[in-house]
Ligand binder design. Structure first.
Ligand SMILES: CC(C)(COP(=O)(O)OP(=O)(O)OC[C@H]1O[C@@H](n2cnc3c(N)ncnc32)[C@H](O)[C@@H]1OP(=O)(O)O)[C@@H](O)C(=O)NCCC(=O)NCCS
Length: 193
């Protein structure tokens, strides 16, 4: 990171930053944990208490709040919003601004390998399963099963993806063919054991 770039980042001293993290301009991190090899786009804010695993991609303009745990190898699209309070209020009963004591943080878990499409909103208290895929602009209100593709507001199941092992098997049984690839360059299926 060069000197000039550095001035546009705000990384609080209490951030636990992994090795090889790449950050773009105007990133604001405080009190959070970021794993190894994570890439963070511009205008991302990650709050105190949020935890990001290894090798995740957090795209620009995304907001990750306290209570969110993101496991390894998760893709978070642009402008994704997480939530940690279902019934937010500006003030407490006495009319003063709410403090930490006046509300309960509801946790959210994004499991390994999941992907969240751009502009999705993830309500709190949900678990998004391993390798699940959330459509762009979705509002996720319930748990998402592993390998599910969901979309819409509220997000509904569109289809299930093949699990990794099934996917590999399908790839190996189908020769790769494309009209733009001359026949001599078409690859034969191969087996890796
Ligand atoms: C959700 C998604 C993975 C579905 O892709 P797909 O499996 O190829 O699904 P299809 O395009 O065949 O659409 C299936 C149905 O879901 C609907 N649909 C697809 N994406 C949707 C979305 N984001 N929100 C609401 N409905 C959606 C389609 O209109 C279609 O409805 P129909 O059957 O009534 O016509 C994809 O559309 C998506 O949103 N990907 C995320 C992209 C993204 O945000 N990338 C971020 C970085 S660039």
């Amino acid at each position: 990171m060069n000197e000039r770039m550095n001035t546009t980042l705000r990384i609080a001293p209490d951030v636990k930053l992994g090795r090889g993290v790449v950050m773009h301009a105007f990133v604001n991190l405080y009190g959070c944990e970021i794993g190894d090899g994570v890439k963070i786009g511009t205008f991302v804010e990650i709050q105190r208490g949020a935890r990001i695993g290894n090798r995740c991609k957090i795209s620009s303009h995304t907001f990750i709040c306290d209570g969110v745990r993101i496991e390894d190898e998760v893709f978070v699209g642009h402008n994704v919003t997480f939530i940690n309070d279902l019934y937010p209020r500006a003030t407490a009963g006495n009319g003063a601004l709410q403090t930490e004591e006046d509300w309960t943080c509801v946790p959210t878990v994004i499991k390994r390998g999941a992907s969240i499409g751009s502009s999705a909103t993830i309500l709190c208290g949900v678990t998004i399963g391993e390798h699940a895929l959330i459509g762009a602009g979705s509002v996720v209100t319930k748990d998402v099963p592993p390998f599910a593709v969901v979309a819409g507001n509220p997000a509904r199941l569109i289809r299930m993806q093949k699990k990794d092992a099934e996917r590999r098997e399908a790839d190996m049984s189908e020769p790769i063919s494309h009209p733009d690839i001359p026949p001599e360059r078409k690859l034969e299926p191969f087996l890796v054991r």
